[in-house]
Design a protein around this ligand. Structure first.
Ligand code: DC
Length: 230
């Protein structure tokens, strides 16, 4: 069966989009683009310049000035890709709790989104890509051949995030992480521009109780249009 040339994976924070998206891309031999990393790089640039995450006009100006690029890993330290901000490697700097806290505010500024979406479409125009985010199936690539909406309960997502951070030596309470996830869900799904939602033609994949392997298999079933066993 011919494989689709563009795969859109959307869903809330912590649903496993990056992990599953990277594995799907590897399996298909496609490029992987995690669009959340681009918004995180803008948030980092704002933080470095002391810009308030609620200051729309300054964020708009910032988005026109900075250069964000994502490419293949340049260091073998467990990263799936390298993120550059003005040429500097910020791959890990965009993963701090402070960036987690401000990124949803930065991502709701319309011009910030315009700049990022234009870059995302340019990258996708070459085809053979798995793109993950919040608005890929609805706004960035409405013509994507396959659309998956990956989700899990907030409690499950908080549990996974706790594990992921602990593996990096960062101990955070589950309660705090759950509150953070619920706050981001609210901001991402209630914003006026490109809110988080499943495209009408997306297939929803619920990953509560599934291992990474099982979730990957489920998503590949959707992409390859294999029947999903009940
Ligand atoms: O997937 P993530 O947690 O790295 O995304 C960080 C933030 O970026 C998230 O809170 C919402 C925003 N985002 C977005 O608005 N649109 C996308 N396509 C991807 C991410």
């Amino acid at each position: 069966m011919p494989t689709p040339r563009t795969v859109a994976i959307d869903g809330p924070a912590g649903a496993g989009k990056s992990t599953i998206g990277a594995l799907v891309a590897e399996r298909l031999g496609y490029l992987f683009l995690d669009t959340g990393a681009m918004y995180r790089a803008v948030a980092l640039a704002a933080q470095q310049r002391g810009i308030d995450p609620d200051d729309g006009p300054r964020l708009t100006q910032l988005a026109g000035e900075i250069k964000v690029a994502i490419g293949p890993p340049t260091v073998r330290d467990g990263r799936a890709y390298t993120v550059l901000l003005g040429g500097a490697d910020v791959t890990w700097a965009i993963r701090t709790p402070e960036i987690d806290r401000i990124v949803s505010q930065v991502a709701r500024v319309p011009y910030v989104r315009d700049v990022m979406v234009e870059q995302q479409r340019a990258i996708a125009s070459r085809g053979r890509i798995v793109m993950v985010g919040r608005d890929i199936g609805t706004v960035v690539l409405p013509e994507a051949e396959r659309k998956v909406f990956l989700t899990a309960s907030a409690a499950e997502r908080a549990r996974r995030r706790e594990e992921e951070l602990a593996a990096r030596g960062d101990k955070r309470s589950r309660q705090e992480l759950l509150a953070e996830i619920l706050r981001r869900d609210e901001l991402d799904s209630k914003r006026p521009v490109s809110p988080l939602r499943a495209a009408d033609d997306a297939i929803v994949v619920e990953t509560d109780g599934l291992t990474v392997r099982e979730a990957l298999e489920r998503v590949l079933q959707v992409i390859e249009r294999r029947p999903i066993p009940s």
